[in-house]
Structure formats: structure tokens, C-alpha cells
Design a protein around this ligand. Structure first.
Ligand code: CAA
Ligand code: FAD
Length: 380
């Protein structure tokens, strides 16, 4: 068993930490308040190679492993989970999906620009009536010979307003259930493709979440990803890796809340001593640290599984389930450690608490992770 990071992994971790401190931290409160997308920061993350970390260099990516990606996600999320979800969707859902299942032509046309950060992408599975129940797709894409025609609505789409390339899942043959689902590349500006209003959210407010409306959108046949009927498997396989990215996001939120709490407990005095000297506070820090380490092991193990060709459906789901619960619990306790200061924006932990919640919901709720985990362990 190897518990050390390589020199390259340590370097990329440090680069992400430096970027988070110098470029994300300064206006993170203002962006959250105003629901402002971190446009400049995303551009810079493209230059740093963070937008296509696992994509081969010949397609404009950084050619790194999943563990390096997880380290970057963790560092960014300590400071700004809005920025990290943009990175997560672009890397693990859009770039990974295209690199793994796209045709050479699709990769040449889209992947290179996505991986370099020139443009960003969105992954569109959820619908008003198909969230957890993802096979119940109501969006249709009917085969019209040399093209498909898409009709329907997607909701909750991250990068919904800012993306240029959208991977859209739709039902092509209603009678075939999940075997009659396909995935398509839809480009911004295609006739009949409309971007709905931006959501006003509890957390990750700097990220851009929209519904999308498709009214007779004509999509060329060459924009279908994979064989006919592969769309649901495409979504599931892509999400299996995406969940490792969100697990790393949750881990980063927890670690950020813990680090702020530790610092604060050494500075704040009550009853004539630093609050860390009150056992109630010291024990909170001990619990936080222990649970974060446990979450970190699950997250890194899932990344290691992916890098080593092992199945990662189970390890990714366990990592996401546990890390997201640790994120929520740690962030709530961090507010408590900060007392009244925890309740105001300047101290960051109230934002981390609001941001933590989404990690238990998107890319499969905690309840859905338990379905994935229980089916996997009971099948063995
Ligand atoms: N890999 C490959 N195939 C898989 C798979 C996987 N990991 N998981 C399921 N499948 C296949 C099954 O084998 C089955 O195919 P066969 O019939 O050929 O065997 C098919 O998919 C249907 O699977 P189930 O019968 O298990 O389907 P189900 O209706 O019971 O649902 C589910 C399974 C796991 C609950 C699934 O619907 C699910 O994951 N729901 C959650 C959806 C989700 O995570 N959405 C996230 C949207 S993206 C997002 O949120 C991004 C963001 O916020 C930033
Ligand atoms: P529902 O499925 O209606 O679930 C409601 C509750 O019922 C949950 O607690 C759920 O766990 C529980 N539940 C449902 N079914 C079961 C069951 N069988 N057993 C036990 N409990 C169950 N989607 C995308 O496709 N792309 C994106 O980029 C994207 N980004 C998002 C960003 C944000 C900010 C948000 C809020 C959502 C995003 N989503 C995205 C959607 C997200 O994946 C869904 O919200 C999530 O999968 C849950 O679906 P739902 O909201 O329809 O909840």
C-alpha cells in the first residue's frame, strides 16, 4: 500500500492551492452575493490546465491521472465550490465522456477546445420529471434520417448559460425504455435551443444553473455519442467518474471549514483562554479531522481504482456518500466553532455550510448512492 503522493501530484496540488488563495479567495464573497460567474478565474484555470486534466495532451488536455484531478478539486473547493463545480462538470462529465466515447471527429471538433478551457461544456440529464429517476426521460430525439429532432426540457443544468457545448440525453425510442436513450452533442445557437432563466440558489451561487428548452432542435446524426441506444449507459458510466469529482469537492469543503475552525479556535478567547482549550471545541476539531481523513481515504481510493483500471462504481459512490455527509456535518460544526462570527459572511464558514448541502444532492442524492452501494454489495 502506498500513502505518498508523487512529486508531480504534490506540484499540481500546490499550484491549485496557490491559485485558490490568490485568484479565488479575494472576491469569493462578492461573487457568491451577486451570483456572479467566475469568468476570469475559469479562463486562468484553463491556462493552468485544470479544465481538461485527464484529457490526453494531443486533444489539448493535461494528460494527468484522476488522483491529480481530485487533489485540484479538493484545493479549489476549500475556497470556492462554485468554481470547483465548473471544473468538475467540464472535466469528469463533458471531457471524459467525449474522450472515452466520442468519435475522432467529435474529439477534434469539441474536445480540444473544451480541454484547453477555450470553451466550457454542460452535461444535461436531469429533467423536471426525471431527476433521481433518470430513466424516465421525457425529452425526445426522433430519428429523421440524416438528423435527429430534439424536443423537451432539461433542468438544473450547471454551466447552463455559459457553456458552448451541451451533452444532452434524450429518449429516441419510447418503447425500448432505457435501451432507447441516446446522448447528443448540442451546440449553443442551434435553432430552437433556448436557455431558460438562471436559478437563484442556496449555495454554489457563483455557478451558473439553468433550465434548457429544446423546440424542434435539428441535430446532425454525427452528433450522437456511441452506438444507437448507448445513451443511458453513457450517462451512468460518465456519472460514476463524476461522483469521484463531487466527492473531492465535498472533501475540500470539509477541509476548508476545518482549517478555518482550527485557526479561529487558536485566536478567539473566551473565559480567559483560547477557545481551543475548551474541550468541547477541541473535541469538535478532533471529530472533524478524523472524519475528513476517513473521507480522504475513500476519495483517493476511488480515484486510484479509476487510475488502475478497477471498477469504481462502488468506491466512487461510497466516497461521494461519505464525503458529502462529512462536508455537511463539518461545515455546520465550523459555524458553531465560530459562534456569532460563523453566522456572517466575512468568516466564510456560512458559505461553506450553504455550499456543502448540494454535494448531498447532485450527481445522485445520498439516497441514490445508497441504492448504488447496496445493489453492488448484495450482487456480490
Ligand atoms: N455503468 C454501466 N451501466 C449501468 C450503470 C453503470 N454505473 N448503472 C446502471 N447501469 C445500467 C444497468 O445495467 C441497466 O442496464 P441493463 O438493463 O442493460 O442491465 C440500466 O443502466 C438501467 O439501470 P437500473 O435498472 O439500475 O436503473 P434504475 O432505474 O433502477 O436507476 C439509478 C438506477 C442508479 C438510480 C440511476 O437512475 C441514477 O444514477 N440516478 C441518479 C441520476 C443522477 O445521478 N443524476 C445526476 C445528473 S448530473 C449532475 O447532477 C451534475 C451536477 O450536478 C454537477
Ligand atoms: P428527486 O429525484 O425528486 O428526489 C427528491 C427526494 O426523493 C430526494 O431526497 C431523493 O433522494 C429521494 N428519492 C428519489 N427516489 C428515491 C428512491 N428510489 N429511493 C429513496 N429516495 C429517493 N443535473 C444534470 O443533469 N446536470 C447538471 O449539470 C446538474 N447540475 C445541478 C446543479 C444544481 C445546483 C442542482 C440543484 C442540481 C443539478 N442537477 C444537474 C440535478 C441533480 O442531479 C438532481 O437534482 C438530483 O439528481 C436529484 O433529482 P431531483 O432534484 O429531481 O430530486
Amino acid at each position: 500500500m502506498e500513502f505518498t503522493l508523487s512529486e508531480e501530484q504534490l506540484m499540481i496540488q500546490q499550484a491549485a492551492r496557490d491559485f485558490a488563495e490568490t485568484d479565488l479567495l479575494p472576491e469569493v464573497i462578492e461573487r457568491d452575493d451577486a451570483q456572479r460567474f467566475p469568468e476570469e478565474q475559469v479562463k486562468k484555470m484553463g491556462e493552468l490546465g485544470f479544465m481538461g486534466m485527464m484529457v490526453e495532451e494531443k486533444y489539448g488536455g493535461s494528460g494527468m491521472d484522476t488522483l491529480s484531478y481530485v487533489l485540484v478539486m479538493e484545493e479549489l473547493s476549500k475556497v470556492d465550490a462554485s468554481a470547483s463545480v465548473i471544473v468538475s462538470v467540464n472535466n469528469s462529465l463533458v471531457c471524459w465522456g467525449l474522450q472515452t466515447y466520442g468519435t475522432e471527429e467529435q474529439k477534434q471538433k469539441h474536445l480540444t477546445r473544451l480541454a484547453s478551457g477555450e470553451i466550457i461544456g454542460a452535461f444535461c440529464l436531469s429533467e423536471p420529471e426525471a431527476g433521481s429517476d433518470a430513466t424516465s426521460q421525457k425529452t425526445t430525439a426522433f430519428d429523421k434520417g440524416d438528423h435527429y429532432v430534439i424536443n423537451g426540457t432539461k433542468n438544473w443544468i450547471t454551466n447552463g448559460g455559459t457553456a458552448e457545448v451541451y451533452l444532452v440525453i434524450a429518449q429516441t425510442d419510447i418503447d425500448k425504455g432505457h435501451k432507447g436513450i441516446n446522448a447528443f452533442i448540442v451546440e449553443k445557437g442551434m435553432d430552437g435551443f433556448e436557455i431558460g432563466p438562471k436559478e437563484n440558489k442556496l449555495g454554489i451561487r457563483g455557478s451558473d444553473t439553468h433550465s434548457l428548452i429544446f423546440n424542434d432542435v435539428k441535430v446532425p446524426k454525427e452528433n450522437r455519442i456511441g452506438e444507437d441506444g448507448f445513451g443511458f449507459k453513457f450517462a451512468m458510466k460518465t456519472l460514476a467518474g463524476g461522483r469521484i469529482g463531487i466527492a473531492a469537492q465535498a472533501l475540500g469543503i470539509a477541509a476548508g471549514a476545518y482549517e478555518l475552525s482550527k485557526k479561529y479556535s487558536k485566536e478567539r478567547k473566551a473565559f480567559g483562554t483560547e477557545i481551543m482549550n475548551h474541550q468541547a471545541i477541541a473535541f469538535k476539531l478532533a471529530d472533524m479531522h478524523t472524519k475528513i481523513q476517513a473521507a480522504r481515504h475513500l476519495v483517493y481510493k476511488a480515484a486510484w481504482d479509476k487510475d488502475n483500471g478497477n471498477n469504481y462504481d462502488l468506491s466512487g459512490a461510497m466516497a461521494k456518500l461519505y464525503a458529502s455527509e462529512v462536508a455537511m456535518e463539518t461545515a455546520v460544526e465550523a459555524v458553531q466553532v465560530h459562534g456569532g462570527n460563523g453566522f456572517v459572511k466575512d468568516y466564510h464558514v456560512e458559505r461553506l455550510m450553504r455550499d456543502a448541502k448540494i454535494t448531498q444532492i447532485y450527481e445522485g442524492t445520498s439516497e441514490i448512492q445508497k441504492i448504488v452501494i447496496s445493489r453492488s454489495i448484495l450482487r456480490d
